[in-house]
Every structure is written in structure tokens, then in C-alpha cells.
Design a protein around this ligand. Structure first.
Ligand SMILES: Nc1ncnc2c1ncn2[C@@H]1O[C@H](COP(=O)(O)OP(=O)(O)O)[C@@H](O)[C@H]1O
Ligand SMILES: O=P(O)(O)OC[C@H]1O[C@](O)(COP(=O)(O)O)[C@@H](O)[C@@H]1O
Ligand SMILES: [Mg+2]
Length: 484
């Protein structure tokens, strides 16, 4: 994707260093659009809520830890229903698409978009696009009604299907135009949101009255700005089952070692949180923290020491960890994501070889790979509520005429975030933050910083994040009540 256009970069500067990184609005490029009173006013459940409508000037700060002399900093527009809407109920023809890898909660988001459109705004023309972006021009659509989606939150996956690759901007926007769609809800990760940004750009160029709303999806929690991604909480919880199994197996054998691989292509949040939650893990390996096997301060030395002291151990490894140590083939998936080698299998083999060579310590190693089992389950209670808020915020935003935005939780508040902030970088664990230090303290594992080629100095992304995270604690993206 090229640099964001001026339309996408709407910045408002206020007093005392206040900055609003605003999102585009249909009126930015279409003049004299009619407005309508928000139909929520006449719904009994909502009409009793005091101050139900969000004030036009409400915004949410990106950083909540401040000093007395620092400027007020970057803010995002607060999400929620507005007094006026820019679509009449019977004028709306919405569509929903899910792209990229699976994540717990996708069906809940789909359900809640359909329900919010219908029950809050009286909209009953909603299409599901089958099989990701390419479904816009290559497949049939699915008619979505509250009845059709009523039970889907109990199922894993996405009832719409998903895919990688196949993003053809012109064909997608042609299809949107030909079908008379005027609200597009795009659920997906970093790749998907980049695709959404170019779709928005083309729609704006064509001058179409079409609102484009993104809902951030990533089981890896690798999307910046937002507190955490939906499905992450579920993934951490489900990972406990695999870790427990590894621990039981390891404990039951002499010199038992349990190895658990968890998802996390570039960001090790699932592994880090699953480790912190479990307390049975002796070593957590993530992509952000390079490690080495042999010699002083290396993994083998630590395994030997742990087996001697405890008689067993559990290792959690994120799928993207240690890839630089493997024979990587440089292959990509259809979306351009690097295809990874199975690091869990590799490390299990290396450990077995090491102890076989030593001949002194017989070990029993069990390797557990629950990655796709974790990804395919329905979302837990807390993620279900979170998905509902994300979906409702997206619908309120599109109805209010906002476009080119991702709905996201920032410091515990729902906001509208411009696409360029979501796609500009990946959110990663900062290994010099307190949260990683807590993990090292809890597992007692080596930091692997002793090696001269530990890679930390060379990791630009980590350094950039470190600066960003000065007020943070390596959780979602900053200090919040949700993920401390
Ligand atoms: N830079 C990009 N521009 C346009 N579309 C993209 C871009 N990167 C990825 N996509 C599209 O977004 C979709 C999902 O991307 P992918 O990386 O597979 O998953 P995720 O969105 O979960 O990161 C795919 O259909 C892919 O073609
Ligand atoms: O679904 P695939 O193609 O097997 O890819 C697996 C990848 O998908 C993920 O689960 C999520 O990645 P995306 O958010 O990019 O879809 C990664 O953790 C994992 O590396
Ligand atoms: Mg991705």
C-alpha cells in the first residue's frame, strides 16, 4: 500500500498539544448529503439512556500515562451513536466479509453487525461475502438476517468462509458499485485492513456514498494502537489446556519435557500471556527474543539445570520464534506472509539429539501442537462481549457517515482509528518492558541476551516500539484496565 492520502490523514490540532487523528467522513468528498434523526431515539431500550448519544467532540487519548509538562498528545474519535445519521434505514445495503486466518469470535462479530443494523437501525438488507476478498467477484453471496445468524456465535470459524490473497481492488469496488452496496464491513487482520484502506481510497476516488468500516481481527494480537484483539483472551485460555497436558506428561516421566507450540507469527503475546497465566511453564520462547541452544546461557544448559533441580520441565514456543536458526525456505502464502517452518518439531528434535549425544540423561519428550485447535474454537464470554462492542461501534460509525476507519478499543473505550495507524506497523512484545521482565522472573529462564549475536541491537521494530511503549507495560498496547 502506498502512503495514505490526505483524505485519510485528517488531523486536528488543539490547545496544549492536543492532536485528534480523525477518520474520514462521507461529507469530506460528497456535498449536501441529507441527514436523518437517529432511529435509536425511538427504541425504548435506548431512549431511556441518559446521554446515549456521543458528543461530536468526544475523543479518547492514545496514552493515559502523562506527566505534568507533557503535551496532551494523540487522540482518537470516540465511537458510538450520533444524533444524526447519514443513511435512511431503507436505503442501506450492507455487506460483511471475513479475510485472513481464523480467530475465535468471527461469528460473534458477524452476528452482532447483522443484529445491530436490524434492531438498532431498521436495516434489513445485509449480504455476506463468501470466502474473503475474492468472494466479491468470484463467488455467491449469502443473505444475512437476524434469524440466519442467531446461533452462530456458538460456533468456531466464520460462517462466511475466509481466504488469503485474491485482493483485486478494482474488481472489488466494481462489485460493490454493481450490487448497490453502501456499507462495507471488513473483518480481518493487518493484511485485510491494508486491503480495506485501498478499497476506501478507490471508493472515495469514484465519489461513491459507501462507508468502509474495518473490524480488527488477529489471534496473535499483532495489531497496533488497540488494547487487545478479540479472540486473544480465548486463545490464552485455551492454551492452558495444552500447557496443562504438557505439564502432566512431563511430571509423570523421569526427566520429562513437554513442548507446546502456540500461534504467534511475529508477535509472541499468546505465548507470553499463556506462560504468565499457567505458572507451570519453565521457558517461553517468542519471536521478539532471539535465543540460542549451545553454550553458556543457552537453552540446553538451562534444560539440564531445570531437569536436575525439578526432574521435569515445560517449554512454550511461539511459532515464529527462532526461525533464524532453522533452514528457512523463503516461501510465502497467497497474501505474502512468510511461511514458517515447524519450530516446535525442530526444537523437540534438537533437544532429543542433544540428550542422546550426552548419553547420560535419558529424557522423555512430548511435543504438543494445539495451534489450529485453539484458533478454531468459539470465543469465550469476555471476547463475546468485546466482539459485540466492536460490531456495534462499527455500525454506529458507518450510519453516522464515518468511513475509512477501524473500530477499536483504546484505553478501555471504543474508538474510530484511521486505517494508516492500524497498518503502519506490527504490535510486538517489547523485551525490555516490565511485562517480559515479569515473565523472565516467573520462569527463571535465561534472557539469552548474553550472546554477542543476540539480535536485540539490530531489531529496529523492537526499538521503535520501545520508544512508543515508554508509558506501557507490554500488554495490549499500553496501560489499560483490561490487560494488566
Ligand atoms: N498490502 C495489501 N494490500 C491489499 N490487500 C492486502 C494486502 N495485504 C493483504 N491483503 C489482503 O488481505 C487479505 C488477508 O490478508 P492476510 O495477510 O492473509 O490476513 P490478515 O488480514 O489476517 O493479516 C488477503 O485477501 C490479502 O490479499
Ligand atoms: O492459516 P494459515 O495460512 O495456516 O496461517 C497460520 C497463521 O495464521 C495466524 O493464525 C493468524 O495470522 P493472520 O492474522 O495474518 O491471519 C498466525 O498465527 C499463523 O501464523
Ligand atoms: Mg496478518
Amino acid at each position: 500500500m502506498g502512503s495514505p492520502s490526505n483524505q485519510q490523514m485528517k488531523v486536528v490540532n488543539g490547545e496544549y498539544g492536543y492532536v485528534l487523528q480523525d477518520v474520514p467522513h462521507l461529507t469530506d468528498y460528497i456535498q449536501d448529503l441529507p441527514t436523518y434523526p437517529n432511529p435509536l431515539r425511538s427504541i425504548p431500550a435506548y431512549s431511556v439512556v441518559k446521554q446515549y448519544f456521543v458528543d461530536m467532540d468526544d475523543s479518547v487519548p492514545e496514552k493515559v500515562v502523562v506527566h505534568k509538562d507533557t503535551p496532551r498528545g494523540v487522540h482518537f474519535r470516540r465511537a458510538g451513536p450520533r444524533q444524526k445519521v447519514y443513511f435512511a434505514s431503507d436505503e442501506v445495503h450492507a455487506c460483511i466479509v471475513t479475510c485472513g486466518g481464523l480467530c475465535p469470535g468471527l461469528n460473534t462479530v458477524i452476528r452482532e453487525i447483522v443484529h445491530s443494523l436490524d434492531y438498532m437501525y431498521g436495516v434489513n438488507k445485509v449480504l455476506g461475502i463468501d470466502g474473503g476478498y475474492r468472494g466479491f467477484y468470484a463467488k455467491n453471496t449469502i443473505t444475512l438476517t437476524p434469524k440466519v445468524v442467531n446461533d452462530i456465535h456458538k460456533r468456531g470459524g466464520t460462517i462466511l468462509g475466509t481466504s488469503r490473497g485474491g485482493h483485486d481492488t478494482m474488481k472489488i469496488v466494481d462489485s460493490i458499485q454493481d450490487r448497490g452496496i453502501n456499507q462495507v464491513y471488513i473483518i480481518g487482520g493487518d493484511g485485510t485492513q491494508k486491503g480495506a484502506a485501498v478499497i476506501f481510497e478507490e471508493i472515495r476516488k469514484r465519489g461513491l456514498k459507501v462507508a468502509v468500516a474495518g473490524i480488527p481481527k488477529t489471534i496473535d494480537n499483532d495489531i497496533p494502537v488497540i488494547d487487545r484483539s478479540f479472540g486473544f483472551d480465548t486463545a490464552v485460555e485455551e492454551a492452558q489446556r495444552a500447557i496443562n497436558a504438557a505439564h502432566v506428561e512431563a511430571e509423570s516421566a523421569e526427566n520429562g519435557i513437554g513442548v507446546v507450540k502456540l500461534m504467534g507469527r511475529y508477535s509472541g503475546f499468546i505465548a507470553m500471556y499463556a506462560t504468565l497465566a499457567s505458572r507451570d511453564v519453565d521457558c517461553c520462547l517468542i519471536p521478539e527474543s532471539p535465543f540460542y541452544l549451545e553454550g553458556k546461557g543457552g537453552l540446553f544448559e538451562y534444560i539440564e539445570k531445570t531437569l536436575k533441580e525439578n526432574g521435569h520441565m515445560v517449554i512454550v514456543i511461539a511459532e515464529g520464534a527462532g526461525q533464524e536458526l532453522l533452514d528457512t525456505k523463503n516461501e510465502q502464502d497467497a497474501s505474502g506472509n512468510k511461511l514458517l517452518q515447524d519450530v516446535g518439531l525442530w526444537i523437540s528434535q534438537k533437544i532429543k539429539e542433544h540428550f542422546a549425544k550426552k548419553n547420560k540423561i535419558p529424557i522423555t519428550l512430548k511435543y504438543i501442537d494445539p495451534t489450529y485447535m485453539i484458533r478454531a474454537i468459539p470465543s469465550n464470554a469476555s471476547d463475546n462481549v468485546y466482539c459485540t462492542l466492536l460490531a456495534q461501534s462499527a455500525v454506529h460509525g458507518a450510519m453516522a457517515g464515518f468511513t475509512g476507519f477501524t473500530s477499536g478499543l483504546v484505553n478501555g473505550r471504543q474508538t474510530y482509528i484511521p486505517f494508516y495507524r492500524i497498518t503502519e506497523k506490527q504490535h510486538k512484545v517489547v523485551i525490555t518492558d516490565r511485562m517480559w521482565a515479569r515473565l523472565l522472573a516467573s520462569t527463571n529462564q535465561p534472557s539469552f541476551l548474553g550472546s554477542k549475536d543476540d539480535g536485540v541491537e539490530d531489531n529496529d521494530e523492537v526499538e521503535a516500539d520501545e520508544v512508543e511503549n515508554k508509558d506501557g507495560e507490554n500488554q495490549g498496547n499500553k496501560e489499560t484496565g483490561t490487560m494488566k
